[in-house]
Design a protein around this ligand. Structure first.
Ligand code: FES
Length: 351
């Protein structure tokens, strides 16, 4: 047997010497490889290299200053404009890039400085003994043995094996939870059940609403006709199509020319899904005509196209254009004027 094989065999024997309940590592199993030969850096050999490294470090710090200044400039030069998703994108992108390069350049400069210009002495320090005393180790093994005996972990095969099975199976429901994130919603986020002629009905009983039922100051929680009868995806459709219907004095409505005929004699219908993160906007302040989202207090002005007047929401609540049919029931003229709920990845600026 060669010296190396003998040494390995000896180490193996020693590692499996459990007679005292301890694993003992043979002292010569792993040899200390010692320090690598010291390589003198170019910056220590040549003044020109040293000066160049110093200039590089300074250049990185200057680049950091320029990047941070650019971030400040971008914040003011590309402001966030209300209603413009492109402005949010430009502002956050440029501000983020400036700040990121500002920090990155400081980091790289500091590392370059340390590696090329700071003292290059190699130091080795002996580690203190980390191994516990023989008594401590023996006591630890005693405690583990005792726990094993008392719990019956080794002895009770049935429990042990069923536990292994339970541990192997319990992550599986998580896979289903992830699978439930699909399928791809495609453009279903942009459309709801509302279409031309769909009657507005009460939530939850699905009773159609006549314009004459809606008195000034009253609020109706509304779902589209036919939703209550849906057999599949009822909740998903409701989560998109829920509407708040309110009647106010028509003279206080500030309606743009485009929206002039979207309301009916002071009756307006808006999506109930908050444009912040999608909570139901369910509180109507009769005196101020504000709609409030209870989650983070976004507040929308019902008289002014449900624009955001307070809180974290960034877009007005989408409006459902309504009319009255021949029997006096309220009906939708079309789907919402824009996708409901929070912003999402595929929304273009004009949606
Ligand atoms: S979800 Fe409405 S304010 Fe946050």
């Amino acid at each position: 047997m060669s010296d190396k094989s003998k040494s390995l065999a000896k180490a193996e024997d020693a590692e499996h010497d459990y007679s005292a309940g301890l694993a003992v590592i043979a002292p010569d199993a792993v040899k200390d490889p010692g320090m690598e030969p010291h390589r003198v850096r170019m910056t220590d050999k040549s003044e020109a290299h040293e000066k160049r490294a110093a200039r590089q470090v300074a250049a990185l710090f200057l680049f950091s200053i320029v990047s941070s200044a650019f971030a400040l400039y971008a914040y003011f030069a590309f402001p966030i404009v209300e209603g413009s998703n492109a402005s949010v994108r430009d502002n956050t992108l440029l501000l983020g890039l400036g700040a990121a390069f500002g920090m990155l350049a400081i980091g790289i400069g500091a590392v370059h400085w340390a590696k090329t210009l700071m003292p290059d002495a190699e130091v080795s320090e002996a580690r203190h003994q980390t191994r516990g005393s023989e008594e401590t180790r023996a006591r630890a093994i005693e405690i583990i043995d005792l726990a094993n005996k008392e719990s019956g972990f080794s002895r009770r095969k049935l429990i042990r094996r069923s536990l292994y099975g339970a541990l192997a199976f319990f992550p599986l429901p998580g896979i289903l939870v992830f699978a439930d994130l699909g399928p791809n919603p495609e453009d279903s986020l942009k459309h709801t059940m509302w279409k031309k002629g769909t009657r507005l009905t009460r939530d939850p009983d699905g009773k159609p609403i006549k314009a004459s039922d809606v008195t000034i100051g009253s609020v109706f929680h509304v779902i589209p006709e036919g939703l209550a009868e849906l057999e599949h995806h009822k909740l998903e459709e409701k989560a998109k199509a829920a509407v708040l219907l309110v009647r106010v004095d028509p003279t206080i409505l500030k309606e743009s020319a485009e929206r002039k005929d979207w309301s009916y004699d002071g009756i307006v219908a808006y999506s109930k899904i908050c444009t912040h993160v999608g909570c139901p906007v369910a509180l109507y302040e009769q005196q101020t005509h504000h709609l409030l989202c209870p989650c983070h207090q976004s507040t929308f002005d019902l008289t002014d196209a449900c624009k955001v007047i307070f809180g974290p929401a960034s877009r007005p609540l989408p409006q459902l254009p309504i009319a009255v049919d021949a029997e006096g029931y309220l009906v939708a003229q079309d789907d919402f004027n824009e996708p409901v709920g929070p912003s999402f990845w595929e929304r273009s600026v004009n949606e």
